[in-house]
Design a protein around this ligand. Structure first.
Ligand code: NAD
Length: 434
């Protein structure tokens, strides 16, 4: 019996649910609907366009990933979501301003049919946002149970075989792990006692895991990155992953920094600044939400450069990240990097990057890939933190407090080797003739 026979087939419909139906989520739905209609190609999506080498180089066997592993077909996806703002996905996409009207018109009807379910929302966690499409409950457990009911109903109404959830909601205020997060028992008591340290995204995660639905977190807030939720995911055999989609400036950082380190070039400064004018930028204008983002963005260089192992090169690195809300730029962020490097005999050099990027355009293929890979992981009986999906995250979640891997190329190798092993093939080590 090959491993392919062991991974359950992707039959029937896959319900793809996003808490948060803003710029990223609606750009994801719109892109997938356009792909379904043959209007646009799935650019940026590893699951759809990526190839994977099998066996020796001389075999020249490089199938598409989607032909190698049994992924759900894009035509079998049905979308749904929750949002405290009552706009349907078409209205939300127009408001987000990412996509041009001529891209939205051909899929307008499908988008209008995606209406947000009422959200579990507390303004104290996202100060710069107001919404009325929200649930009321006697306590947080009651709210979690209402979400579970939504999930059941969605599955029934849309005749889905399976569900998968990717958090595309706003960045919640920064929090450190508290007592209530440390065990499942404490967390469940906290849900009953309305513990103020349990955030809405954690209530969604708890509900998803109760229903055995894989949950990936695209924002930098803790969400599934707490011991209680990890314990629950392992107990209920549910894959989880996070956190913070790796797009834009951090993507470039994790492409460049491994290169500098490979060539043993020193770094003594990396100043990154951004202006963006979408709703995400407005939410990040609040210092508590910005703090979550800052922690997530700052971590990557430390783990790639290992200043403790390379003190002569990296111990004095000054790393600074700024984000400023600037409405005229809308979703088209501008990110500047000034990088101070040094080489042979410590001679200094500078690199300047001005990345005129489109945030949600970079995020959407990540959301799609995460949904398909998390669904695959579930069908392959995986549970707990899915470290092989670090490739997609700025601040990859790990189990057992292991150091995260932030180097994009190592992350890609890990992802592809995981797929090879799952399918009964040899991992590729790149050893001399391999
Ligand atoms: N665009 C990127 O490149 C990128 C990269 C990394 C991370 N992210 C993260 O992805 C998330 C979404 O980004 P966006 O640009 O779509 O933001 P957005 O503001 O356009 O959309 C977020 C949506 O989430 C909703 N929301 C807030 N709290 C909610 C709750 N409790 N339940 C359900 N919905 C809720 C908001 O009403 C809003 O519609 C943000 O957390 C952002 O930091 C985005």
């Amino acid at each position: 019996m090959s491993k392919k026979d062991v991974i359950a087939e992707a039959k029937g419909k896959l319900g793809f649910l996003t808490p948060g139906m803003g710029a990223v989520a609606t750009t994801t739905y719109a892109g997938i609907l356009s792909i379904q209609k043959g209007i646009s190609p799935p650019i940026g999506s590893l699951t759809q366009m990526g190839h994977i080498r099998i066996g020796d180089r001389s075999d020249d066997d490089q199938p598409l990933i989607k032909d190698f592993v049994p992924l759900a077909d894009l035509n079998d996806i049905v979308f749904g979501g929750w949002d405290p703002i009552d706009d349907n996905a078409y209205e939300a996409a127009v408001r987000a301003g990412v996509l041009e009207p001529h891209h939205l018109q051909p899929i307008r009807e499908e988008l209008e049919n995606i209406k947000p379910m009422s959200a579990v929302f507390e303004q104290s966690w996202v100060k710069n946002l107001e919404g009325s499409n929200t649930k009321k409950g006697v306590n947080k457990l009651d709210l979690a149970e209402q979400l579970m009911e939504d999930m059941e109903q969605f599955k029934k109404t849309h005749n889905c075989d399976r569900l998968v959830i990717v958090w595309c909601g706003s960045t919640e205020a920064h929090q450190e792990i508290q007592e209530v997060h440390k065990s499942l028992e404490a967390f469940e008591n906290g849900l009953k006692n309305n513990d103020p340290n349990i955030s809405p995204s954690q209530i969604y995660a708890y509900a998803a895991i109760s229903k055995e639905i894989p949950f990936a977190n695209g924002a930098p807030n803790l969400s599934v990155d707490i011991p209680a939720i990890i314990e629950y995911a392992e107990k209920n055999n549910v894959p989880i992953a996070g956190k913070d989609f790796k797009t834009g400036q951090t993507l470039l950082k994790t492409i460049l920094a491994p290169g500098f380190k490979s060539r043993l070039l020193g770094l003594n400064g990396w100043f990154s600044t951004n202006i963006l004018g979408n709703r995400d930028g407005e939410v990040l204008d609040d210092p508590d939400s910005f703090k979550s983002k800052e922690v997530s963005k700052l971590g990557v260089l430390e783990t790639i450069l290992q200043p403790d192992k390379y003190p002569d090169l990296y111990k004095d690195l000054y790393h600074k990240v700024r984000i400023n809300y600037y409405p005229p730029r809308r979703d088209n962020k501008e990110g500047w990097d000034n990088i101070d490097i040094f080489g042979w005999m410590q001679y200094p050099m500078q690199i300047k990057i001005d990345f005129l990027c489109r945030d949600s355009i970079l995020a959407a293929p990540i959301v799609l890939d995460l949904a398909l890979f998390m669904d695959l992981a579930k069908r392959n009986n995986q549970k707990g933190v899915q470290e092989w999906l670090s490739f997609y995250f700025k601040s990859p979640q790990t189990s057992n407090n292991l150091m995260p891997e932030n180097d994009l190329f190592i992350q890609q190798t890990k992802l592809k080797n995981t797929l090879r092993v799952w399918m009964g093939e040899e991992p590729i080590t790149h050893y001399e003739n391999n």
